[in-house]
Design a protein around this ligand. Structure first.
Ligand SMILES: Cc1cc2nc3c(=O)[nH]c(=O)nc-3n(C[C@H](O)[C@H](O)[C@H](O)COP(=O)(O)OP(=O)(O)OC[C@H]3O[C@@H](n4cnc5c(N)ncnc54)[C@H](O)[C@@H]3O)c2cc1C
Length: 374
């Protein structure tokens, strides 16, 4: 296989890698993106829900309208299935046709002159002078590890590794409609989703229903998604969804940024660097922002070669301190009873609206929906 010289090789064509590559290319860098997948729309492991801010990211400008669906409300359920409806003025979440979105993002790389090599797994890299050489791929001044929560780049090159995860599983049902399609349905339940939540959402192509829970390496527990679907059917209207048309699953970093996410000529971005909110587990917007910020910083280094291997410093590196504290509390003191009692109290509503809408939220009074009887 022919090896080529690049300024930067990005391993991983997920949200973070794509944002990083596009930012670099915009500054004139020669960039190669490699991904082990043969098709970026295959083996998706994200629900793909976007916060409204994510749509302002340059990578998503011009996104075909058919690939997203606006979801203006959140319906948050206590373990006893009583709920509140949350909304914020002019704020929306967006569900996506994620396989189509990833293919569209991949096409965008090629249109911008970025070399995209699919079906090309990263195995290892060696340092030769001031460059990294990836056998069978090429050589580059910088290597970016955008290869997700279990980054091989981090493992092989001695960078910090994610060591706290949630494990999420999601079933997709094509052509199915929810009883309340304009809400993102979020279920608090220590039984079904200890350490996180369950969710059900209408997408451009059907319905996605998922569960995530704390992941303990060595003794993984598979979330009981069938039980969850039965338990919530009265609320969602998904009484007999049948077999899922597809299943998505994966690990979600939840411990905040890894300690060493950069060293001589190699930088981690997105999930590989732990850039995921420890509470909401949202990593798409964080990955896009982090990828772009690292791309900007690397472009500066490339433009002044004497800068050497000084660390890449970016402003878009959140510490997630408050969210890590909330994660600790959720892990160590999650009980269903208090949520049943407190969901409708002003304090809980305030916390919920802050989490979902940051400072823009207000609670919309909504008719109660009867809890399920099972
Ligand atoms: C079940 C689930 C649901 C989620 N839902 C949401 C959600 O709704 N909204 C949200 O904001 N976040 C969600 N997240 C989190 C979000 O998906 C991630 O934070 C985000 O996708 C991270 O993007 P990334 O580019 O860093 O990594 P990834 O999306 O993981 O991309 C990594 C890429 O690297 C490639 N790769 C991996 N190893 C190699 C290798 N050795 N060689 C070459 N290529 C390699 C992979 O094929 C992949 O394309 C969810 C996560 C899971 C697991």
């Amino acid at each position: 296989m022919q090896e080529t010289d690049y300024d930067v090789i990005v391993v991983g064509a997920g949200f973070a890698g794509i944002a990083c590559a596009r930012t670099l290319a915009q500054h004139g860098a020669r960039v190669c993106v490699v991904d082990r997948k043969r098709d970026l729309g295959e083996r998706i492991h994200t629900t793909g829900i976007l916060v409204a801010e994510a749509l302002l990211h340059p990578c998503l400008a011009g996104l075909p309208a058919a690939q997203i669906r606006a979801v203006p409300h959140v319906r948050l359920y206590a373990p006893n299935l009583r709920s509140v409806r949350l909304a914020a003025p002019d704020y929306r979440f967006y569900t996506t046709d994620t396989p189509a979105l990833m293919r569209w993002l991949g096409d965008g790389l090629v249109e911008r002159g970025i070399t995209l090599r699919l079906g090309t797994p990263f195995r290892d890299a060696e340092r030769t002078g001031d460059r990294w050489r990836l056998p069978g791929i090429g050589r580059a001044r910088w290597l970016v590890g955008a290869d997700g929560a279990t980054s091989r780049v981090a493992m092989r090159l001695g960078l910090g590794r994610v060591d706290q995860w949630l494990y999420g599983v999601e079933h997709e049902f094509d052509g199915v409609a929810l009883r309340e399609p304009d809400a993102l349905h979020c279920f608090i339940s220590k039984h079904y989703a200890p350490g996180y939540i369950g969710w059900v959402a209408q997408t451009p192509t059907g319905v996605q229903a998922g569960l995530a829970r704390r992941h303990t390496p060595g003794s993984p527990v598979v979330p009981d998604i069938d039980g969850f679907l039965r338990h919530t059917a009265v609320m969602t209207g998904l009484s007999a969804p049948g077999r899922p048309d597809s299943i998505r699953a994966g690990l979600i970093p939840c411990g905040g940024p890894v300690h060493a996410w950069q060293r001589d000529g190699v930088v981690l971005v997105g999930d590989a660097a732990g850039m995921v909110s420890p509470v909401t587990a949202g990593g798409i917007h964080a990955g896009l922002r982090h990828g772009s910020a690292v791309g900007e910083a690397l472009a500066c280094r490339l433009q002044c070669p004497d800068a050497g291997d000084i660390p890449v410093v970016t402003r878009a590196v959140p510490g997630f301190r408050t969210k890590r504290a909330l994660r600790w509390a959720f892990d160590h003191a999650q009980f269903d009873g208090p949520f049943d009692l407190a969901l409708r109290t002003p304090f809980m509503r305030l916390v919920a609206e802050r989490l979902y809408f940051h400072r823009r939220g207000h609670v919309v009074p909504a008719p109660d929906v009867s809890p399920s009887m099972d």
